[in-house]
Unconditional design. Structure first.
Length: 116
């Protein structure tokens, strides 16, 4: 059973930065891809960033150029550095991990609030 432990959310002023972490634990298959989605009130869930097993990375259009995803393979942990945050980045950020059998686990989500 995979467990994803998220940390790093909180309240920040516009223009500020946050770093989110998501650590996987438990007994599980190797990862296929891992990353973050977010959902703002009244909006659909959208991809923030993900990293694939080959090391390639994907970024959502709304955050491209402002966020960086990285992964520590030894710790099975992904990090999301977010810079120049905007009020429209306010959302619940949820970590996911898809294994090589294409099964997806989700974290509980962490709130990010950006004040104007």
């Amino acid at each position: 059973q995979v467990q994803l432990a998220e940390s790093g959310g909180g309240l920040v002023q516009a223009g500020g930065s946050l770093r989110l972490s998501c650590a996987a634990s438990g007994i599980y298959y190797s990862f296929n891809d891992m990353g973050w989605y977010r959902r703002a009130p009244g909006k659909q869930r959208e991809l923030v960033a993900s990293v694939n097993k080959d090391g390639s990375k994907n970024y959502g259009d709304e955050v491209k150029g402002r966020v960086t995803i990285s992964r520590d393979n030894a710790k099975d942990t992904v990090y999301l550095e977010m810079n120049n945050l905007k009020p429209e980045d306010t959302a619940v950020y949820s970590c996911y991990r898809r294994n090589i059998r294409m099964y997806v686990n989700w974290g509980q989500g962490t709130q990010v609030t950006v004040s104007a």
